[in-house]
Every structure is written in structure tokens, then in C-alpha cells.
Design a protein around this ligand. Structure first.
Ligand code: GAF
Length: 382
């Protein structure tokens, strides 16, 4: 049964449906909240939100994949544990007076793996924001909805994230990556048309419980670095404004950990620019090398990797059919993104699944991803 039929069966009425994708990020990790650049693309794995008004003056929620149901009073828009917080947060962020004018029945489902670094929560916020904008004619732009999603993540889920995930979910374009300047919010679509290559995600199946607290610490460490750099040059407002020479000059003034975090961010921004150049030159060998370098920085300087991710990248690097690979997203597990020759993709998946199972006693899920369009109202039937 698709979500429309399930909604009809459970709530006994017709509904509107919004869908929003997860994302991959080819390179440019932990750069968004440092006002740098990112290179994501929306994917063909999505979250679906189905909605209709009710006369009971309450918010009724049902998540099909968890088989969980909740009810909230319309005046209850404050953070809660688990997935409902993203829906409550979006209502608080986009609705006038932070509340719904009427009761609503909402059902969610989807196939974006949770805790795999593919932005399932950003997809949920984006679908909800798009649906509210459409149903209540709020007149918000896609960027407004993305910013509301970011605030929801920060204020309702406690992750001091940047704008990449929500942006990508709402602005995706099939066959294209997006080079986003996270300071000006200007972006450019970059064609990613390599029929001989597949984007394969290898899920480490590790979902670190400290991921959000460590993430917030990384952000604070970058801000601490900016404060030190500012002492010498007050025009530096974020790591975006500094270069490696300036950082080196202030090295003795800062904690060594803070120095390493800042070095990673500055180098990662440069890698992203170089990666975009290699894309333009259609040179995936160079692009792949930058992905491996990105992972090395994530692991050694930014320290957001884990033994499982390091093992996967090291093992994948030995496979000839792979151009490049690195851990993707916030870190401490989740997925490794890799660029693999199309004809070898299935063999690659089998080999990596077997090796990983021997090493860690669990079989990693693998997904071959396509770069797809961003969020939209009522289309695909699940
Ligand atoms: C998570 C965050 F939500 C993003 O904003 C980004 O910082 C990413 O980690 C790391 O690049 O997905």
C-alpha cells in the first residue's frame, strides 16, 4: 500500500503529500557552519509527509516505519524526544504565532536510512516545511524553508548544524551537484554526468551516540580559533576570511587541538575549490584524490572518524575500480561515499561487504545513488 492509501485507511480521508530527499556531499565537510563551501546533491531516497486537516483541534502524528503514534495539543510546539520534534519545530518556525490554526493529521514514511549521514532529519523538515508553505499559502521561498529547517535542528534537536543538508534537500536538481557558498547562500549547479561512474554509499552501520555533542564541540573549537585569529586581524569574522599563513602565524597563541580543527577547515575549503576545477575538467582521478585527502583530514585533524570508517576508506582505496572515497556527513560513522566504475559496482559492493563482515561482524548496507530533484508536493506514490 502506498502512503496515500495508508493515510486513507488510518485517518479515513484524503491527504496532501510532500516528499523531500536526503543528500550526498561529494566534498566540503564541516565547512558550512564556518561560512565556507559545500558540494552536495539531492538523492533518490526520500521522506514523505502526508497531511490533512482534522476537526479535533489536535495534532495527530503517525510514523509508518516506526509504527509510532503521538498526539499534541496545538499549543504544544516545544522540543520533544525523537522524530516528532522535527515536525513540531517546523510548525513553530514557519507558522504565524508559531501554531497551527486548525488540527491536523500527519503520517510520515520514507527510505532515507536514519543515522547514516544522509540527512533524514533535514529531509523530514524540508517536506514538512514545503507542505505547510503550500497548504497555508505562507509565501516562503525554498531558502526560507531551508533556514527554518536549520533552526529546527538547532533549537528543537540541539544540533548546531550548518545549512548544507536542508539547502540540498530543497534545491536539488537531477544530475547536478550544487556548489553552495554558505556565507552568501549563492549557489551554482554543476553537472555531474559520468555515465561510466556510480556513486556508491557504504553504510558503516555505526551511529555514534556522541555525534551531536562532539559536532557541537567542533563548532565551538572553530569559533575559538576565529577569536584568536581576530586578535591579529579584526576583519576575520569566520574561518572563511583566514588563510593557512595567518593560521600558522597564530599557532602558538592557540590550543593545538583548535589549530588542527582550523587547519582542516581551511584545507577542506581549498580541496573543494580544487575538486570543482577537476569536475570542470572532467578529471575524476584528481577529484578522487581530493576525496581521500578529505578523509585523512577528517580522521587526523578534525577527529570525527571512527575505526570502522577508517577501515572502510583504507580498504576501498586498495580497490582499483574506485576513484575516491571518504566518510560523509557529520561523522563518527554513517556512510562512506565512493565513486566506483559502473561495471565494477556490484563486484565492489560484494567485496567490501564481505571484508567488512569479517573485520567487524556486521554486513554494511550499500546503496547506489542517483542525483535527483529536490523536495516537491504530491508526486511519487510510495
Ligand atoms: C551534518 C550537518 F547537519 C551539516 O550542516 C554539516 O555540517 C555536516 O554535518 C558536516 O559537513 O550533516
Amino acid at each position: 500500500m502506498n502512503i496515500r492509501q495508508q493515510f486513507q485507511q488510518y485517518f479515513g480521508k484524503e491527504c496532501r503529500i510532500a516528499e523531500a530527499p536526503g543528500r550526498v556531499n561529494l566534498i566540503g565537510e564541516h565547512t558550512d557552519y564556518n561560512q565556507g563551501f559545500v558540494l552536495p546533491g539531492a538523492i533518490d531516497k526520500k521522506i514523505y509527509v502526508a497531511l490533512a486537516a482534522n476537526a479535533d483541534h489536535i495534532l495527530k502524528l503517525n510514523a509508518l516505519q516506526y509504527n509510532e503514534q503521538y498526539s499534541f495539543s496545538l499549543d504544544d510546539m516545544h522540543p520533544v524526544k525523537g522524530w516528532p520534534t522535527y515536525l513540531l519545530g517546523m510548525i513553530a518556525m514557519v507558522m504565524p504565532e508559531k501554531r497551527l490554526p486548525q488540527g491536523m493529521d500527519i503520517m510520515i514514511t520514507g527510505n532515507v536510512p536514519v543515522g547514516a549521514g544522509m540527512s533524514s532529519s533535514a529531509a523530514l523538515c524540508s517536506a514538512m516545511g514545503l507542505a505547510l508553505n503550500e497548504i497555508f499559502q505562507l509565501g516562503l521561498s525554498r531558502m526560507d524553508i531551508a533556514l527554518a529547517g536549520q533552526k529546527t535542528e538547532q533549537q528543537f534537536a540541539g544540533l548546531q548544524c550548518g545549512i548544507m543538508d536542508q539547502f540540498a534537500s530543497l534545491h536539488g536538481k537531477a544530475g547536478h551537484l550544487m556548489k553552495l557558498d554558505c556565507r552568501s547562500l549563492e549557489y551554482e549547479y554543476m553537472p555531474f554526468h559520468f555515465p561510466e561512474i556510480r556513486i556508491v554509499l557504504v553504510n558503516s552501520m555505526v551511529s555514534h551516540t556522541l555525534a551531536s555533542s562532539e559536532y557541537n564541540i567542533r563548532r565551538q573549537q572553530c569559533e575559538a580559533g576565529v577569536k584568536v585569529l581576530q586578535k591579529r586581524d579584526p576583519s576575520i569574522l569566520s574561518l572563511r576570511d583566514a588563510d593557512l599563513k595567518q593560521l600558522e602565524a597564530q599557532r602558538k597563541e592557540m590550543d593545538e587541538t583548535v589549530f588542527k580543527r582550523c587547519r582542516f577547515v581551511l584545507e577542506e575549503n581549498q580541496r573543494l575549490q580544487d575538486a570543482c576545477d577537476s569536475l570542470t575538467r572532467r578529471n575524476l582521478d584528481d577529484f578522487g584524490k581530493l576525496m581521500y585527502a578529505s578523509h585523512a583530514g577528517l580522521s587526523k585533524d578534525y577527529e570525527v572518524s571512527c575505526p570502522e570508517s577508517d577501515y572502510l576508506v583504507k580498504t576501498i582505496k586498495e580497490i582499483k575500480a574506485v576513484k575516491g572515497a571518504r566518510q560523509m556527513g557529520g561523522g563518527f560513522g554513517g556512510c562512506i561515499i565512493s565513486l566506483v566504475e559502473k561495471n565494477e559496482a556490484e563486484t565492489f559492493i560484494q567485496a567490501i561487504q564481505e571484508k567488512y563482515a569479517v573485520e567487524f561482524g556486521k554486513r554494511p548496507e550499500c546503496y547506489i545513488m542517483n542525483i535527483d530533484d529536490g523536495a516537491r508536493m504530491e508526486s511519487v506514490i510510495v
